[in-house]
Write a protein that binds this ligand. Structure first.
Ligand code: G3I
Length: 345
């Protein structure tokens, strides 16, 4: 895949802890032969990298960076500032009171300068701020926002740039194709740029379904983001084939629903008709990405194969989903061939 798309954009994959530790050679071979960019699915989030105020834990991140260096892969740092998978100390003083804006700024500076500084020249792109928007395009009312206002976003990008002036800096979020949220992200980009703060890209997570969002909506968003002068990347691509308990898909991990046979229709295997639908959907998406490859710098899949996809447990636990290009036995699916075909036509 990385060969097929080498003139278009990077092809990335998110890897889990066992893969970072190279526990299964077959998985590592598949990762390094197919992809040229790596993201840690979990291990570089705040709770793991900076569990206590005076304690950083770089063990897993170091291994990921090493694996990438050995195989000439681009590394994405995911993620510096996110309201989820945080550490409990972040917003509290030693006395248990909520910190003020000045202290939040100190803590952000220490967190970001230490991590970005350590991987200067090794981690080439950072998801600096993740999921700071609500669905209507206003700011999410996270503790970061309540304490720091929109200034926390500006500070995060400033500190990241100071720590590694060469690194690419991204704003990353889900549902960024939806008009309201898209306009919110564009507002963030324009605000940063108007203040002379560097931002290089918008990461559209791309947790999508067989029908949503439409190709037209995706195309409009690509064009609108690119028009602000940033690169567009699809950072967490997966396509669920399962029924949604919501009208609109989301990746808000605070919501979960009950499992049932209606909601889990393919527990054993995926019918050919749906396999074909998935392949066609992936093909349509990559046709569009290819058309706009001058604006797109990377496409990253959120997981190596269907058995490892977070969608098996979200928004309902214990389902069997078929979101990715490799099946549970790590064999390429019809969707894989369809994706490759888009460049061979
Ligand atoms: O840390 C525990 C571990 O100790 C325990 O053994 C294990 C058993 O289940 O659970 C571990 O924690 C899990 C963690 O992943 C690491 O595997 C959590 O329960 C689980 O909820 C967590 O899920 C991750 C989720 O972020 C949490 O928000 C998913 O794997 C990961 O794919 C997902 O990724 C996010 C992106 O970072 C941002 N965008 C949305 C995307 C999907 O939510």
């Amino acid at each position: 895949m990385k060969e097929a798309f080498k003139d278009k954009f990077l092809m990335g994959v998110a890897i889990n802890r066992s893969q970072i530790n190279q526990a299964n050679k077959e998985e590592i071979d598949l990762i390094t032969s197919q992809f040229n960019a790596l993201t840690a699915e979990n291990d570089m989030k705040w709770m793991y990298l900076h569990p206590k105020q005076d304690e950083f834990n770089f063990e897993q991140a170091d291994k990921l960076v090493e694996l990438a260096a050995e195989n000439d892969m681009f590394v994405v740092g995911h993620t510096l500032v996110w309201h989820s998978q945080l550490a409990p100390w972040v917003f509290k003083t030693a006395e248990g009171d909520t910190i003020d804006d000045a202290e939040l700024t100190n803590r952000l500076k220490n967190h970001i300068s230490t991590i970005v500084g350590k991987y200067k020249g090794k981690i080439e792109g950072w998801d600096v701020v993740n999921e700071a928007l609500a669905e209507d395009g206003s700011y999410r009312k996270s503790a970061f926002f309540k304490i720091g206002g929109e200034g926390f976003i500006e500070n995060a990008f400033r500190f990241a740039h100071e720590a590694d002036p060469e690194a690419e800096l991204y704003y990353n979020d889900y549902n960024l194709i939806n008009a309201d949220k898209r306009d919110g992200a564009i507002r963030i980009v324009k605000n940063l740029k108007s203040k002379g703060i560097k931002i290089d890209g918008v990461g559209v997570q791309a947790h999508w379904s067989l029908n949503e969002p439409s190709i037209e909506e995706i195309e409009t968003a690509i064009e609108m983001y690119a028009a602000t002068g940033v690169k567009v990347m699809f950072t967490e691509l997966d396509i669920t084939v399962l029924p949604s308990p919501w009208e609109k898909s989301t990746a808000d991990i605070s919501t979960r629903f009950e499992n049932s046979p209606t909601m889990n229709p393919y527990p054993e295997s995926l019918p050919d008709s749906v396999q074909t639908q998935l392949a066609n959907r992936y093909a349509d998406i990559f046709e569009l990405f290819n058309k706009h490859s001058d604006k797109i710098s990377r496409v990253t899949f959120w997981g190596l194969h269907d058995g490892l996809s977070w969608k098996n447990n979200f928004p309902i636990r214990g389902r069997t989903d078929y979101t990715l290009l490799f099946d549970r036995n790590m064999k390429p699916k019809k969707a894989y061939l369809a994706v490759i075909q888009t460049v061979e036509d």
